[in-house]
Design a protein around this ligand. Structure first.
Ligand code: SF4
Length: 392
């Protein structure tokens, strides 16, 4: 298979165009088609000469994820299931009008994206790892989730069928289908890398994708509006701290002691809290940025008030805020969501300890929002229909 053009950076493409003796403005035209106009085919690139398009087709592929299905919930959180060029399925979740969970300002449209097909990390509560790890996503498959959502939003707006309108542009004017690639003019203006897969286990491809999404010639989305989550890969946290771009960091903690974390997150055996905390301190020192501790509350596992003191100690040590997320049940797994009183008491105890804590009513509770569930259901249904065809 040819390399996808959206997995190449500007310098590589510039060198390629120079070797073809193309004037510099042709590269800008191409990049405009790729990232501002979110082209899904070479034929759309009407202002590029046919001969140049033929040269591009000969050495690059051009793919965006294809929409398989979309589920919207009552609160307008929407989950997208995509099929990639090799048939693999991945998920993204669009969360409109969220309060400022990650970015500095209100997160008007946050997209949660996937970085792998399946996951090898096997957190006990998670649907994404249930079917094992299939492969890493390439850079264009990571950035393509944003572009495909925005294409969908534009086409839905044209048809007048979109259930969640994108935020108006900064000037309040109607959104053009061909906007300049600036964060304020995009449908997606905040990204959380928290979907299927362990992002830091696909570090190089992820960083290539995020640099493109951040670059002025690419997505133009500010680094501070991009949050990378990890279950605790300490060496990669240090790599992120050493990166010049100011991406935000969130830790999927889910337990404030090694004992609790080890019960539900096998990664803790390799990188126990001592190592994880040291890596986070390194990040905070180097970046001068606040990190977020994600804590999914699971009934009878990590929702005891006994966890709040060590969690508060950790939050104070790291100058971190805490996002509490009541568990979304996953079909086939034994875990459940604590009742509202337990969640409130947990949040209250943290606040009493002086911690900034947000208790999130997980949006999308009614749309299989726990990552990986929609993919699993669809894969099962497709496998059953294949079996039925074979038997008939
Ligand atoms: S929570 Fe994240 S790291 Fe853990 S299994 Fe799920 S996708 Fe993988």
């Amino acid at each position: 298979m040819l390399p996808d053009i959206r997995s190449q950076n500007r310098d590589t493409l510039a060198a390629q165009f120079a070797s073809w003796n193309q004037p510099a403005y042709r590269l800008d035209q191409l990049l405009g088609w790729l990232y501002a106009r979110r082209a899904a085919s070479w034929d759309e690139m009407s202002n590029l000469p046919k001969a140049l398009r033929a040269q591009l087709v000969a050495i690059y592929s051009l793919n965006l994820p294809l929409l398989v299905t979309k589920q919207g919930s009552r609160d307008t959180t929407q989950k997208f299931l995509w099929r990639l060029a090799d048939g693999a399925l991945i998920e993204s979740v669009l969360i409109p009008a969220n309060p400022a969970l990650y970015g500095e300002a209100s997160d008007r449209h946050t997209l949660c994206i996937s970085t792998q097909v399946g996951c090898a990390y096997g957190c006990r509560f998670c649907a994404s790892g249930l079917d094992g790890f299939k492969r890493n996503l390439a850079p264009h498959e990571i950035s393509g989730q944003i572009l495909a959502i925005e294409r969908w939003a534009d086409s839905s707006a044209e048809r007048g069928t979109r259930s969640a309108e994108p935020a108006p542009s900064a000037s309040g004017t109607p959104r053009s289908p061909l906007p300049a690639p600036r964060s304020d003019d995009r449908v997606v203006n905040n990204i959380v890398v928290m979907g299927m897969g362990e992002p830091m286990a696909n570090y190089d491809n992820l960083m290539t994708a995020l640099r493109t999404l951040n670059a002025p010639w690419g997505g133009g989305i500010g680094a501070r509006r991009i949050t990378i989550s990890t279950s605790g890969l300490a060496p990669r946290i240090r790599d992120l701290a050493n990166d010049p771009l100011q991406f935000r960091l969130a830790i999927s903690l889910h337990g404030a002691t090694d004992e609790v974390r080890e019960k539900i997150m096998p990664v803790n055996r390799k990188y126990p809290l001592r190592d994880l905390t040291a890596a986070c301190e390194y990040y905070v020192t180097h970046k001068g940025k606040m990190i977020t501790l994600e804590y999914i509350l699971i009934a009878g596992v990590n929702d005891s008030l006994a966890q709040t003191r060590p969690l508060a100690d950790l939050a104070h040590r790291l100058h971190a805020k805490v996002n509490l997320i009541p568990y979304n049940t996953v079909e086939g797994l034994p875990w459940s969501r604590p009742d509202d009183e337990t969640c409130e008491a947990f949040a209250g105890a943290l606040e009493h300890e002086g911690v900034t804590a947000t208790l999130r009513r997980e949006k999308g509770h009614d749309i299989d929002a726990a990552c990986g569930q929609l993919r699993l259901k669809t894969e099962k249904a497709e496998a059953n229909s294949e079996d039925a065809k074979t038997q008939s």
